[in-house]
Write a protein of this length. Structure first.
Length: 64
């Protein structure tokens, strides 16, 4: 299953993870980043900073 952040749209395909709980993960391996996330206890809040590439299109109601 997908996590809550994906289910409600907070995370999207293509988002780039920058920090986890204030720790810069941009130079970490995927394995190390996953390990950092797994250290979080169930029920704890995880603070993520992401970069999202905008697709450049206008919202549907603004397209003429």
């Amino acid at each position: 299953g997908k996590g809550a952040a994906v289910e409600d749209g907070r995370l999207r395909n293509g988002d780039r993870l920058l920090t986890v709980n204030g720790i810069d993960v941009t130079q970490m391996s995927l394995q190390d980043t996953v390990g950092l996330l797994r250290e979080t206890k169930i029920g704890d809040t995880v603070h993520l900073c992401i970069s999202r590439q905008q697709d450049g299109s206008l919202p549907e109601d603004l397209v003429s």
